[in-house]
Design a protein around this ligand. Structure first.
Ligand code: F6P
Length: 531
């Protein structure tokens, strides 16, 4: 199938896809889920190409794999675990069995406990030594940070609880800056770590406890923990009443729907958090029910496969025209790159096609004034993924929102159409002539024919954010299934962790002679300058 796809891609490579884009194509090459609309008409995928892409799904038995995931089979085979983040938003669904036991009573019980605690923090029923909680500090990294940090920012217009801060980096600059802005007597610290062993998080948690202990008589009383490790949280001294647990079938980068979302729930309240879960559940249902060609996560994944594995475009830019989604690219970097950055297939063979792409991006319109130059005129093609809401949150400034939307649509149009030499010449005619006119015009030519997709929605509210994140999660699942990899482990991050542990004593003065010349020289330089 890959051969057929590559042959097809080669045959249509030089076609200008804008010639395909009429009103029918806009309907045919788009998908809807609830109020969300996904347009992939501005790509070079045609009916034949799409049919070949869809054939890939049958070849890998995507339907069977989807059932396996939702029903709790241990599809994370290298860790022997189920992959059931969907259970965390299965608010009114049926039982979900892991090893024959229904996990839903525990999931819903924990959700209720979180809601009670979040409500108490927000109302002041839960207090710090100095009174009502004014600040929440979430200490976590990777999936224990990026989800709630992105979500709190995305839902800023709904934020009516205490201020929320996120500390992730072991760099002391991160925690010092946050703690400086908080009063320990009215601060709640949430230690978010699935394993409760991650060195950055545990180091920052101890620093926060010491900071609080300087002015609060019972610092552990103002700590909560989000973790699968009961022993770890108990050893840290956190009362079990404020420990919110989850099971190992929730991967770190898929965990914001459960306890890891506690800071977000405290920020926006339990009802809004439930709306966020409902949005995701809505996308889950769509993903399970819609035909492949109408299925938004499936088609988003196939567009990704087309651009990355078939056409060879190695990066994709995520460009939200929604400033509150400014951390979405960082969130998706972990979701997509930690999931599908794998070079070995499920059967232990080297992958014969490219692994997932590099994901990067920034909100529009800011990116336009920074790196879009390369997207429009650079020599490499970068497929762009635009996100845009019909309405913002400030009705009095709706004219600014309209300008934002105009910019978003203008970019995908410019990428597709480009500007040829004739048009470029007409822009500078009168200023230059002869060969200088040609030379000047050439610099103003845009090749165009550059693909993009657009995800549009009415407004970025909690429900919509849930839809968006679940959409991307399922896209990762489909891309991983087509590539034949395990999207749910992350062995590639282990080596660096082991070497950092081994290097720490060397940095502190132990003998560096066993190290390679470059590392030893760098240690020497940093020691000379006081490390
Ligand atoms: O090192 C990678 C990783 O394991 C991520 O997958 C995870 O999200 C992050 O570290 C944090 O892990 P934990 O929640 O266990 O502290």
């Amino acid at each position: 199938m890959w051969d057929k796809l590559c042959k097809h891609a080669a045959a249509v490579k030089n076609r200008r896809f804008e010639t395909l884009v009429d009103a029918n194509r806009a309907t045919d090459f788009s998908a809807s889920a609830g109020d969300m609309h996904f347009d992939y008409a501005k790509t070079n995928i045609d009916t034949d190409g799409r049919a070949l892409l869809i054939d890939l799904l049958d070849e890998v038995d995507l339907a069977g794999k989807r059932v396996a995931m939702f029903s709790g089979s241990a599809i994370n085979e290298t860790e022997g675990r189920a992959v059931l983040h969907t259970a965390l938003r299965n608010l009114d669904g049926g039982p979900v069995l892991v090893d024959g036991a229904d996990v839903m009573p525990e999931v819903l019980g924990t959700l209720n406990r979180m809601e009670k605690f979040a409500t108490d923090v927000r109302s002041g029923a839960f207090k710090g030594q100095g009174g009502k909680i004014t600040d929440v500090v979430n200490i976590g990294i990777g999936g224990s940070d990026l989800g709630p940090a992105m979500g709190v920012l995305a839902l800023a217009p709904y934020h009516d609880g205490p201020r929320c801060h996120f500390v992730s980096n072991v760099d002391p600059a991160d925690i010092s800056q946050v703690l400086r802005s908080c009063d320990p007597a009215t601060t709640l610290v949430i230690v978010a770590s699935k394993t409760f062993t991650t060195i950055e998080t545990m180091t920052n948690a101890r620093t926060a406890k010491a900071w609080m202990g300087e002015s609060v008589s019972n610092p552990a009383g103002q700590f909560a923990a989000l973790s699968t490790s009961e022993e770890g949280t108990a050893a840290f001294g956190i009362d079990a009443a404020r420990v919110f647990g989850f099971e190992d079938w929730v991967g770190g980068r898929y965990s914001m729907w459960g306890p890891i979302g506690l800071s977000m729930m405290i920020a926006i309240g339990a009802d809004a958090f439930r709306a966020f879960l409902r949005g995701a559940q809505d996308m889950d249902r769509h993903f399970q029910a819609a035909d492949w060609a109408e299925n938004m996560p499936v088609m988003l994944a196939l567009v990704g496969i087309w651009h990355n594995q078939v056409c060879g475009y190695s990066t994709r830019a995520v460009l939200p025209y929604d400033n509150n989604l400014s951390r979405l690219p960082a969130y998706l970097q972990q979701l997509e790159m930690e999931s599908n950055g794998k070079g070995v297939s499920m059967d232990g063979e080297d992958l014969s096609i490219n692994s997932g792409p590099v994901v990067w991006g920034e909100p529009g319109t800011n990116g336009q004034h920074a790196f879009y130059q390369l997207i429009h005129q650079g020599t490499r093609v970068i497929p762009c993924e635009f996100l845009v809401a019909a309405r913002g949150h400030d009705d009095d400034l709706h004219h600014q929102h309209q300008l934002l939307v105009a910019n978003c649509l203008a970019q995908s149009e410019a990428l597709m159409k480009g500007r040829d030499q004739d048009e470029a010449r007409s822009k500078v005619a009168g200023k230059f002539d002869g060969s200088e006119l040609e030379r000047q015009a050439k610099h103003r030519v845009f090749a165009g024919n550059r693909p993009s997709i657009t995800i549009a929605y009415p407004k970025l509210d909690p429900f919509t954010l849930g839809q968006i994140i679940a959409l991307y999660e399922h896209r990762v699942f489909v891309e991983g299934a087509v590539l034949g990899i395990n999207s749910y482990d992350q062995w590639g991050v282990e080596l660096g962790k082991e070497l950092a542990t081994a290097l720490q004593p060397i940095i502190e003065g132990a003998d560096a002679s066993g190290k390679d010349g470059s590392t030893a020289a760098l240690v020497g330089f940093l020691q000379k300058h006081g490390v």
